[in-house]
Write a protein that binds this ligand. Structure first.
Ligand code: TRP
Length: 443
């Protein structure tokens, strides 16, 4: 069985070395494991919650996409997309919002922390807090539930959001599932082996502490300049150093093999100067980053290529989200009032069954099969490719229904070349069969 792994990256900044070692590198490694179906996306709707600078949002989306691709993400193997290219996500977010208890959101750590800060400075509790921040966990639940992810690799600070996603999913399943579950229960995946890098001052490397080492921006020069600023103790060259206790060693270990790290450690203990150690650290990091930095520069210079990759990723994701949201709309009662009939044929109006092709709101190509009386007999699943939809119609018309019926678990479906066209009950199937047969006779 494949495990669907999904994670999002908020696009509000430029990736640094800590993001690379703590998230990007392990995610790319995980994506090539057998049995893993990885979904990685840019959480750009989430970015709007904390950033109202359009330039910065736009720039960050580009930089983050280029970083992942340069670091070796295979966009053909994983599903790599921008959240805002999937309109089914905000649509699902609204459906989930309508079943989420406000009390649940009141308990969210991020929201509570903001309230606490306001109270501490004697401001209104909700001062400066937007509905975006308040509802942040629901949007995140929509990201996850939309694709029925099993595992969600995140930092510890996100565990509560996963619990909330499960709560919300359960509530929706209970209200609308009628015994069947729409959503898989997702689980947080916390990887303790993954490196958390110390920043220049020794605290966790983080943009909010302003202690980061740049990844690609500014080139090798900027990286070396930052490493030169890493805080060390004042031991002179020749004096033995406490390797275990030094941030330089922690950083080195995140990039080196076991043997290389042992060697580095011994040399520090034998008195290697901090200056030399910094040069060694930079060289080791560069060994890994230099080829990626080159690819990064090429990608940034060719934004159209990145856009094409992301558009293809969005189309791939929407092949799942579009039919799924259609099911969910149906479940909550957002249904068509009656089968809309596209304009009746001019000549023998209403006398002849026919196929009517169209493009749906999601941009997918579908067709309806309409009976002699003008009533819809079925609506096909969406095709990405109009020609594939057209070919399926032609084959049904030419060959009749019988060769295309697949029965399973008491349900029948029509499949052409293994592609599902629609599911039908026995009566509906019979009506379709007769109508298609009737067309053949007339032709
Ligand atoms: N909240 C996550 C973070 O700040 C980003 C995120 C948004 C996310 N949607 C997600 C992570 C869905 C995992 C799954 O890190």
């Amino acid at each position: 069985m494949t495990t669907r792994v999904l994670t999002g990256i908020t696009t509000s900044g430029t990736p640094h070395l800590g993001n690379y070692a703590g998230a990007i590198r392990p995610s790319i490694q995980a994506s090539v494991q057998p049995g893993v179906d990885a979904f990685y996306f840019m959480a750009d709707y989430h970015a709007l919650i904390k950033c109202d600078d359009p330039q910065r949002i736009a720039r960050s989306r580009l930089e983050i996409a280029a970083t992942w691709l340069a670091a070796g993400l295979d966009a053909d193997k994983v599903t790599f997309y921008r959240q805002s290219d999937i309109p089914e996500i905000p649509e699902l977010c609204w459906m989930l919002t309508c079943v989420t208890a406000k009390g649940l959101m009141n308990r969210a750590h991020a929201y509570k922390a903001s309230v606490d800060q306001n109270v501490a400075r004697q401001a209104e509790p909700d001062d400066g807090i937007t509905m975006g921040l308040f509802s942040y966990p629901i949007l995140m639940a929509a990201d996850i539930l939309m694709f029925n992810a099993h595992k969600v690799p995140v930092g510890r600070d996100q565990i509560q959001h996963l619990e909330m996603a499960r709560d919300i999913a359960q509530r929706f399943n209970y209200l609308y599932g009628g015994g069947k579950d729409f959503f898989v229960m997702p689980e947080a995946q916390i990887d303790d082996d993954v490196a958390t890098l110390p920043g220049l001052d020794g605290r966790k490397m983080s943009k909010s502490y302003d202690n980061t080492i740049p990844l690609f921006e500014g080139g090798a020069k900027a990286m070396r300049a930052a490493v030169a600023r890493i805080v060390t103790d004042s031991r002179e060259p020749g004096e033995p150093k406490d390797a275990e206790g030094s941030h330089l060693y922690t950083l080195y270990r995140a990039f080196a093999t076991h043997e290389e790290s042992g060697q580095f450690r011994r040399e520090l203990e034998e008195g290697m100067g901090w200056g030399d150690a910094k040069v060694r650290l930079c060289d080791r990091i560069e060994q890994e980053l230099a080829p990626m930095r080159e690819r990064y520069a090429q990608l940034i210079a060719a934004p159209q290529r990145i856009e094409d990759i992301l558009q293809a990723g969005a189309a791939k994701a929407r092949r799942l989200s579009a039919p799924f949201i259609a099911q969910l709309r149906e479940a909550v009662g957002l249904r068509q009032t009656a089968a809309p009939v596209s304009k009746p044929a001019k000549s023998k109006a209403g006398k002849r069954a026919r196929f009517a092709s169209f493009r749906d709101e999601a941009g997918m190509f579908r067709f309806r099969f309409v009976g002699e009386d003008g009533a819809e007999l079925f609506l096909s699943e969406g095709f990405e490719n109009p020609k594939a939809a057209g070919d399926a119609v032609k084959r049904l018309q030419a060959e009749g229904l019988d060769g295309f019926v697949v029965r399973q678990d008491g349900q029948a479906s029509i499949c052409v070349d293994g592609v599902l066209i629609c599911r039908l009950d026995a009566d509906a199937l019979e009506r379709v069969r007769q109508a298609i047969a009737g067309m053949a006779e007339e032709a």
